[in-house]
Structure formats: structure tokens, C-alpha cells
Design a protein around this ligand. Structure first.
Ligand code: FAD
Ligand code: FES
Length: 354
């Protein structure tokens, strides 16, 4: 064989290997195994009358803005809580009590140093994009936590871009980690501008109030928002209308109401362990809830479209998911869906944990 032919064969092999490698590396990874670990609480700090921060004895490899699922004991449900410091700093979670909240009430009123917590994760897509030139952040109440993780990270990077940060709380007393935010603003030397709004002074972050605050904001290249659902709905509507085309990243801290489903259903097929498992899902009902009703065991985490633990892959048909569910466009394009918030209008077949 001539040297030219040999070189051509070697080049062709290298190209094929490179193409296969790039395909494999661009494939979304399967959901993380949901093995739980145990953390021991090291200290609990009261931040406001309804909020505590606590440290734990663990080390976790997470990205700023990510969260873990935790429960104080097996009689309580799993809930998501975001890290409120940057990777590399001592781990800290900050929890605000919600009225009649099962887990947040336990954590804010009963947690003490030495307590054990069951934990899964980290999870989450609320992470800073690689390129930002000017940012607008909007947080309500406990929605400050992932932003604190971002801000500590940006502080470590020397504040690479300017940020306007609108922060809503019920009252001055309820402002979470305000002194820490003031210190970060001071250190940023003009890069971070915090605009604090409290219900008892300016009134709640209504469309009118938020709209008037946005009037004073320069066009950002990136918008991020986090907090309870009503605030997020207002913020999304206003920000997208005022700054069309700007990338918006959202993290909703409260679950959408459970959809019970009504009207005629449709049959879905779950492919699991080499078997076809049919079950009925009612119109509007979440697929995970319907599968459970039929007795099928499927992995899940947050059950609000935020962690990706319930991801499935479509084989036929479709499962509709809300826009703010944590799947990238590429994953959706490849047929991945989140069944904790997904519903079906017609027949579909899917496989679990591909
Ligand atoms: C990705 C993610 C990250 C989160 N990170 C944090 C965090 O860092 N700190 C934090 O304090 N919380 C955080 N949350 C919210 C947290 O997971 C729980 O939803 C919250 O603590 C309430 O749980 P609970 O068991 O006490 O209330 P539940 O018993 O579930 O609910 C009681 C009542 O409160 C309502 N409710 C539930 N959640 C909220 C809410 N957030 N605001 C207002 N009303 C609510 C419910 O609709 C219900 O009526 C996060 C949520 C998500 C999805
Ligand atoms: S369980 Fe978290 S996205 Fe479905």
C-alpha cells in the first residue's frame, strides 16, 4: 500500500473517531443517581424572624445557583434548597418559613447543631451563562439564595460585569442577609447596584411598581429572576416586554398547584425493564402522578420541573411540559421530557432513565 493511501486511511479513522467522540460528549447525560447522603448540621443562625441559615459538615461539588433536595427525616417530604454561598466557601443553606409549610417550619423552628439531614443532589440549571455584559437580577423573599451564591462567585472573579439587582421583601425586618448584600455592593465598587423594595414601605412588587423600577434600568444582556410564582409571573411579563430578545433565566421557588386532571384520558406506554407498561393519564394530569396511580415506580426529586430527576425519553407521541421546566432546547429536541410537570394530549410511548 502506498504511503499516501496509508495517510488517507489514518486521517479518515481520526475524523470518524473525532465525530463519534463529539456526538457522545454533546449527548445530555442521564439523570444523576438519586442516592441520598447524610449531612450533619454544624450551626444554625437566625437571619430574620422567619429565616435561618445553617452550615453542614459536608463538601459538595456544585455550580453557583444550584440546589439540593433535603428532608430532616423520613416522615417529611423532600424539598429543594439552594446554596447561599459560592463553591469553595463553607456550605450554607438559607431557609425562609412559608405559612403552614411542612419542611420550612421544621427547619426554621426545630433545627439545631448536630441534627442529621438526608440530602440528594446537587441539581439545577440556574447557573450563570459564560458571557454576560450587563445583568438585571430580580429576587423575591427566599429567592435571594441562588443570587448570593452568584454574587460571592462574581466577587471572587473581580465583578466582570455591571448588575442591577431588584430585591423584594415583606419588611425591613424580613430582609434576608441584607448586611452581606451591602458588603458585596461596597466591594463591587459600583458594579453591583441593589434596589431594595419592601411591602411595608413601597408596597408589594406589583406590575406597576416593578414597571416603574425597570424604567430606570439600562438594557441588560441577561436577566435572571427567582422567587415565588406570583412575583415571577409579573417580573417575566414586564421584563420580556421591556427588553425583548434578552435571555431570561428563571427559578420558581413554589410549586404549581397539583393538577388532578379531568375529562377523558389517554393511554401512555412506559417502557421499563424490557416490558411495555400501559397506564391511563387524565386530561391535564401530570404523567408522573398517573404512572404512580397505576403502581409504577419512577424516579423523581423536586416534583416541580426544577431538578431533572424524572426525565424520560419519548419513543413515540409527545408529552407537553411548561416552558420554565429545566430542560434545554437541545434536550427537548432529542425527545427528553420531565414527567412530574408533563401532561399528554394523545397517545405516547416513553422510556424511563435512558
Ligand atoms: C429549585 C428550588 C430551590 C429552592 N431554594 C430555596 C431556598 O434556598 N430557600 C428557601 O427558603 N426555599 C427554597 N425553595 C422553596 C422550598 O423548596 C419549599 O418549597 C419551601 O420551603 C416550602 O416548603 P414547605 O414544605 O415548608 O411548604 P409546603 O408544605 O410544601 O407548602 C405549604 C404552603 O405554602 C405554599 N408554598 C410552598 N412553597 C412556597 C414558597 N416558596 N413561597 C410561598 N408559598 C409557598 C404551598 O403552596 C402551600 O400552600 C426552593 C424551591 C425550589 C424549587
Ligand atoms: S422531579 Fe425534579 S424535574 Fe421532575
Amino acid at each position: 500500500m502506498s504511503p499516501v493511501v496509508i495517510i488517507a486511511i489514518v486521517v479518515a479513522v481520526i475524523i470518524v473517531v473525532a465525530v463519534i467522540a463529539s456526538r457522545l460528549s454533546s449527548m445530555p447525560s442521564a439523570p444523576k443517581a438519586l442516592a441520598a447522603s447524610t449531612w450533619t448540621v454544624t450551626e444554625v443562625v437566625k437571619e430574620t424572624p422567619t429565616t435561618v441559615s445553617f452550615g453542614v459538615d459536608a463538601t459538595v461539588d456544585f455550580q453557583p445557583g444550584q440546589f439540593v433536595l433535603l428532608r430532616p427525616n423520613a416522615s417529611l417530604p423532600w424539598r429543594a434548597y439552594s446554596f447561599s454561598r459560592a463553591p469553595g466557601q463553607p456550605l450554607r443553606l438559607t431557609v425562609k418559613r412559608v405559612e403552614n409549610g411542612k419542611v420550612s417550619t421544621h427547619l426554621t423552628s426545630q433545627l439545631t447543631a448536630g441534627d442529621k439531614l438526608e440530602v440528594k443532589g446537587p441539581f439545577g440549571q440556574f447557573v450563570l451563562p459564560a458571557i454576560v455584559t450587563k445583568a438585571l437580577f430580580i429576587a423575591g423573599g427566599s429567592g435571594i439564595t441562588p443570587f448570593l451564591s452568584w454574587l460571592h462567585t462574581l466577587d471572587g472573579r473581580g465583578w466582570p460585569f455591571a448588575i442591577t439587582f431588584i430585591i423584594g421583601n415583606r419588611s425591613a425586618q424580613e430582609q434576608i442577609l441584607k448586611a452581606e448584600l451591602d458588603a458585596l455592593q461596597q466591594k463591587s465598587q459600583g458594579k453591583l447596584t441593589c434596589v431594595h423594595v419592601t411591602d411595608d414601605v413601597q408596597g408589594p412588587l406589583t406590575k406597576e411598581l416593578l414597571g416603574s423600577l425597570l424604567e430606570k434600568v439600562d438594557v441588560p444582556s441577561f436577566i435572571a429572576m427567582c422567587g415565588p410564582e406570583p412575583m415571577m409571573n409579573n417580573a417575566r411579563e414586564l421584563a420580556t416586554a421591556k427588553f425583548p430578545g434578552v435571555t431570561v433565566l428563571e427559578e420558581k421557588f413554589s410549586a404549581s398547584p397539583e393538577v388532578v386532571g379531568a375529562g377523558p384520558g389517554t393511554t401512555l406506554e412506559l417502557m421499563q425493564d424490557g416490558k411495555v407498561k400501559p397506564f391511563e393519564v387524565k386530561q391535564g394530569e401530570h404523567v408522573l402522578a398517573a404512572a404512580r396511580r397505576a403502581g409504577y415506580d419512577l424516579p423523581s426529586g423536586c416534583e416541580m420541573g426544577a431538578c431533572g430527576a424524572c426525565r424520560v425519553k419519548l419513543i413515540e407521541g409527545d408529552i407537553q411540559i411548561p416552558d420554565d421546566a429545566c430542560l434545554s432546547d437541545a434536550e427537548k429536541g432529542q425527545g427528553y421530557r420531565l414527567i412530574c410537570v408533563g401532561s399528554a394530549k394523545g397517545k405516547a410511548r416513553f422510556e424511563s432513565s435512558p
